[in-house]
Design a binder for this molecule. Structure first.
Ligand SMILES: C[S@@+](CC[C@H](N)C(=O)[O-])C[C@H]1O[C@@H](n2cnc3c(N)ncnc32)[C@H](O)[C@@H]1O
Length: 241
């Protein structure tokens, strides 16, 4: 039976399934996002204070959203991660998520003002912020033989391939890499619906050092009037790579 017929048969059995496969559901994303935030997030004065301090210093409101931060905390705890490399510190919001979950954080930030604000925000936590561009700092960490349980790449959408390559070199076997904004970068670079066979997904797919998946997400950002289709690469470095 063709899959469309199978679906029709399933819907005949249970009409409420139609409510799940309605494209209009996309419009409910902000409501569900608000429900999830209200239901799942616990009060966190340090994270709240970091947002206030960052805003007071004029940093852009582009830290990971609270539910994504909670994802990073959960990931850290599930893995028992002891050291995390982060590329893109901003005001230290995601650094706090990793550090409060028990990891020592090494974060790389190109902007001195962002670094300074982050240092205030992460006070009392095990976070070091290295000032410099990822393309300068990460190769040095590779040379030093540093390895991390988690590498979180959240800098900018330019040069994701290079950042991913360095992230692989810096991740311990069976550790993981979170590469943010991959779907957004594909839209930005015209890699969706175009004629090119190559895109960041195919390039990562050919990388024999990792097993990777795409985690598609719908982001509801207060700065953007509509929900945004985005997604991140979640990869693990093979033990024999
Ligand atoms: C999206 S923000 C990071 C948000 C942060 N991870 C959080 O959730 O709180 C991106 C940050 O990366 C920094 N950045 C951009 N390009 C960079 C590069 N090549 N190397 C290091 N940092 C970079 C920007 O200055 C900015 O502070």
């Amino acid at each position: 039976m063709a899959s469309e017929e199978q679906l029709r048969a399933m819907v005949d059995q249970d009409k409420s399934l139609l409510r799940i496969i309605d494209f209009e559901n996309f419009r409910s994303a902000p409501q569900i996002d608000a429900q999830a935030r209200a239901a799942l997030l616990r009060p966190n004065p340090k994270l709240d204070a970091s947002l206030r301090t960052s805003a007071a210093h004029g940093l852009p409101p582009i830290s990971v959203l609270p539910l994504a931060g909670q994802y990073l905390s959960v990931l850290t705890r599930v893995m028992g991660a002891k050291n995390v490399l982060e590329v893109g510190t901003l005001g230290g919001y995601s650094s706090i998520c990793f550090a409060q979950a028990g990891a020592r954080v090494t974060s790389v930030e190109i902007d001195a003002k962002h670094r300074d604000v982050a240092m205030q925000n992460v006070e009392g936590l095990d976070v070091e912020v290295l000032l410099g561009s990822s393309s300068d700092v990460l190769p040095k960490l590779v040379e030093e033989g540093r390895k991390f349980d988690i590498v979180f790449v959240d800098a900018d959408m330019i040069g994701l391939d290079e950042q991913f390559d360095l992230a692989v070199k810096l991740t311990r076997p069976n550790g993981c890499i979170v590469l943010e904004d991959v779907v957004a970068s594909m839209f930005k670079e015209g890699e969706v619906g175009g004629h090119s066979e190559e895109n960041i997904l195919t390039r990562i797919g050919k990388d024999e050092r990792v097993d990777a998946t795409l985690v598609p997400i719908v982001t509801c950002h207060p700065m953007v009037p509509t929900p945004v289709f985005n997604g991140f690469i979640f990869a693990t470095v093979k033990a024999d790579s």
